[in-house]
Design a protein around this ligand. Structure first.
Ligand code: C2E
Ligand code: MG
Ligand code: MG
Length: 759
């Protein structure tokens, strides 16, 4: 059905030419009235059919219907050549009404298709209309008035009709030049209007008395126009006539500009070349040109204003963070720079607070990113409310906020501000998902000309201080001082040196024996890394292991340690230094477990050292079970399938939930030395250790006590039936070369309980 209707649209175009041709040349004696009647009837019938099948926008079809009705009325009551003024005026009014409906309908269509710029469209059409009006006055209306000085009302209506034709022309141009695609319906509608305008022109020519055009010819364009209206409504693309869904990439602003400029220039040229013929002409010309100039001025003002507004919007959006509407990094830097500049005269010390939301990644991971966004928005709000107005709050990335106080006088002002921020987080944030508590780590940097040279510096110093606050356990404030800069530089130096440590053979392993207290035997060793830098300094693993982990260097270093440790154990067994079933414990960091090659690395180390898998223990901390547990779980499962065993290191200091203990393939708990430390003196520590041992036993896990330093501690462990221990009491970590004498010394001691001090 719709296909047939769309074909009918093209047939209509043919009919438009045939019918208007027949009308023009009065072929085969066909009555012109009959053709006119046919055209009028068909436009009504096909419009209804087209609207029913293609279902265009309600506004399009109501405007169309109104247009057709007014048009039919105008044709029926066409009294433009009548003798009475009233009949003439009524007739002119009806034609004017046709134009008005057309202008309104077109304007709505154009505005909807054009979208953003209706004010400019109005002004441009006004300029074109006024320009055209001027020409119409000079060429048609004034001469016509002189030939048969009509009554003013008729002249005015005629003029308005003709002037609005000019607006129709412009709107038509905008429709064609607008930013949306020119569909067949747009072309057909434009042609229909264009033909009707040609008809108007013929009539105007007739009335000006310059040229006599026969009625047959003057009406022919109207007939073509009526058929083209049917074609428009029948074409399926009429459905999108008033929508701006299909966009064109290139906007034809040039065509619009040319049209507007022409409408401006031509009247001026005509004004310069011709003289007014009478007083009315002079007044009309003067007023028309004045209004035209006013329209052009307004148009220019609007354009300049909207450009300025657009520019402001663009700058704003480039300098503010879309989520929180706070200034972004670039703008904050500008503010900081300005405040430093001003401080030279004002006696202030601009202060920057660098605020990082603690454990924001956890919030994002556990509650989802939209909750994360909500947290950031609420934090931004909190900061703005909590801080005095003079402070500027910005968000410079992810969960990092910056506060600038340009007017602070000294450090205590700055600390006061930081406290306000910490305090503002005491109440939970009310999110859609429920209440969430957050805390923040804050770094404070106060501008000091000696150490801060730029805004960037001040921000970086606050950032450095913030990291110090994080290291100090989060939810606190750290104030920047020079020594931090040294630390940062030192850390940078360590990082760089660590990259080369492996190939420069600066890393080595030491081993700490693990004994069975009851048997008095060395049953295994723990490998611990040592780094002797080329300048002779020894960096403690507590310092370099976290850096290695952060930078990812732990992956190659850890692989080296595994092979090295197992090779040492193989050597000692072969040399008879230790039992054949002695084990090697190697510390493994989370980063290594997330490395997809880790299982292969372990297998290769076992193969190359010719050690059975069940003589290797991997020591992991509880943290492994918290961040990305799935991947770690998968790695550990695959390793435990081949016989490698897993120990939880520093047990009791992390956050592991007991359910993790069940899910993970774990075979040993190593009780952290902080508990062992207080074992002999503190009853609470004692019952805690007792509980851990009982739990391990019931889960079928092995237990090792770490950091045993005194005989009393060893005793207490014996009482609690914990048989495996390591610590300085037994042996410090020693180099592989001295392991033979260390183990021999331990073997000599024999059973440890015999050391029980005599009462
Ligand atoms: P950890 O695995 O818990 O190692 C035990 C730490 O306690 C060692 O410190 C050891 O020297 C020390 N220690 C042993 N007995 C006693 C004692 O009786 N009293 C006291 N106060 N301390 C004792 P170290 O060697 O400085 O290592 C620190 C941490 O660095 C290790 O803790 C481990 O987490 C990490 N680490 C060491 N080597 C490696 C490695 O090769 N790879 C990885 N990923 N981490 C390592
Ligand atoms: Mg360990
Ligand atoms: Mg430990």
């Amino acid at each position: 059905m719709s296909k047939a209707v769309s074909r009918a649209a093209w047939v209509m175009i043919g009919l438009a030419f045939i019918a208007s041709g027949l009308h023009m040349f009065e072929f085969a004696g066909v009555s012109t009235d009959a053709i006119y009647l046919t055209a009028t009837v068909q436009v009504f019938v096909f419009s209804v059919l087209g609207v029913w099948v293609n279902k265009p926008d309600r506004r399009v079809w109501s405007a169309l219907l109104l247009l057709i009705v007014v048009l039919i009325f105008a044709q029926i009551f066409d009294q433009r050549d009548a003798n009475t003024v009233f009949a003439q005026a009524t007739s002119e009014f009806l034609f004017f009404a046709v134009q008005l409906v057309l202008v309104t309908g077109l304007f709505i269509t154009v505005q909807r298709r054009f979208g953003k710029d209706p004010v400019n469209v109005v002004f441009d059409s006004l300029i074109i209309g006024l320009g055209s009006w001027f020409l119409i006055w000079v060429t048609f209306l004034n001469p016509a008035r002189e030939i048969s000085p009509d009554v003013v009302s008729v002249t005015a209506l005629r003029g308005a009709t003709l002037a609005s034709s000019a607006i129709v022309i412009f709107l038509l141009a905008t429709l064609l030049f607008g930013e949306t695609e020119r569909t067949p319906a747009v072309w057909l509608a434009s042609s229909a209007i264009a033909f009707s305008l040609i008809g108007d022109l013929f009539y105007a020519t007739n009335q000006s008395g310059r040229l006599e055009i026969s009625n047959e010819i003057a009406n022919a364009p109207y007939i073509a126009s009526l058929f083209l209206v049917s074609a428009t409504v029948l074409h399926p693309s009429v459905a999108t006539l008033a929508s701006h869904s299909i966009r064109r990439i290139r906007q034809p602003l040039l065509g619009r500009l040319i049209l507007t400029t022409t409408a401006l220039v031509v009247p001026v040229v005509v004004l310069a070349l011709t003289n007014p013929t009478n007083e009315t002409d002079r007044v009309v010309r003067a007023v028309s040109i004045f209004v035209l100039a006013a329209a052009v001025t307004s148009r220019v003002i609007f354009a300049v204003r909207s450009n300025a507004a657009l520019q402001t919007r663009l700058i704003d959006s480039a300098q503010t963070d879309a989520l929180t509407n706070l200034p972004n990094r670039g703008l904050m830097l500008e503010h900081v720079a300005a405040s430093i500049e001003n401080s030279r005269f004002g006696g202030y010390s601009p202060t920057v607070l660098f605020i990082d939301v603690d454990r924001f990644k956890n919030i994002n991971d556990s509650l989802g990113h939209s909750a994360g966004d909500d947290v950031l928005v609420s934090v931004a709000q909190r900061l703005r409310v909590a801080l005095p107005e003079r402070c500027i709050v910005g968000r410079i990335s992810g969960d990092e906020f910056v506060v600038l106080d340009a007017k602070s006088k000294n450090q205590s002002d700055a600390v006061l501000l930081a406290d306000m921020v910490l305090e503002s987080f005491h109440e939970p944030l009310a999110l859609r998902q429920g209440d969430v508590f957050v805390s923040a780590s804050i770094g404070v940097a106060v501008f000091e000309p000696e150490i801060t040279t730029s805004a960037d510096d001040l921000l970086r110093h606050a950032d450095t201080a913030m990291y110090r606050a994080k290291d100090a356990g989060r939810n606190c404030v750290a104030i920047f001082d020079k020594s931090m800069l040294e630390r940062v530089n030192q850390r940078l130096a360590v990082e760089t040196a660590l990259y080369r440590a492996l190939e420069r053979r600066e890393l080595r392993l030491v081993h700490q024996p693990i004994i069975d207290i009851d048997l008095g035997d060395v049953i295994g060793f723990e490998a611990l890394m040592r780094w002797d830098m080329e300048d002779g300094t020894n960096v403690s693993p507590a310092e370099f292991i976290p850096i290695a982990e952060e930078t990812g260097i732990i992956v190659p270093i850890g692989a080296w340690a595994l092979l090295e440790a197992l090779t040492h154990l193989r050597g000692w067994i072969n040399q008879g230094i230790c039992r054949r079933d002695a084990t090697m414990s190697v510390n493994v960091s989370p980063r290594q477990l997330h490395d997809p090659n880790f299982v292969a690395v372990v297998n290769e180390a076992l193969m190359r050292s010719r050690m059975p898998a069940d003589q290797l223990w991997l020591e992991v901390t509880e943290g492994v079970m918290i961040t990305q547990p799935e991947q770690a779980l998968d790695t550990l499962r695959r390793l435990s399938e081949v016989g490698v065993r897993v120990a939880i290191d520093d047990f009791g200091t992390g956050y592991s939930s007991l359910s993790f203990l069940q899910r993970f393939p774990i075979h040993r708990l190593k009780i952290d030395r902080t508990f062992i430390n207080e074992l002999a003196s503190d009853n609470n520590a004692r019952s805690l250790v007792k509980t851990i041992i009982a739990m391990a036993n019931s889960l079928g896990l092995d237990v090792v006590a770490e950091g045993v330093e005194t005989v009393e501690q060893l005793h207490a462990l014996g009482d609690l039936h914990c048989s495996k221990a390591q610590g300085y009491l037994i042996s410090h970590p020693v180099s592989p070369e001295t392991m033979a004498s260390t183990v021999a010394g331990l073997d000599k001691i024999g059973k440890w309980p015999r050391l029980r001090p005599l009462k």
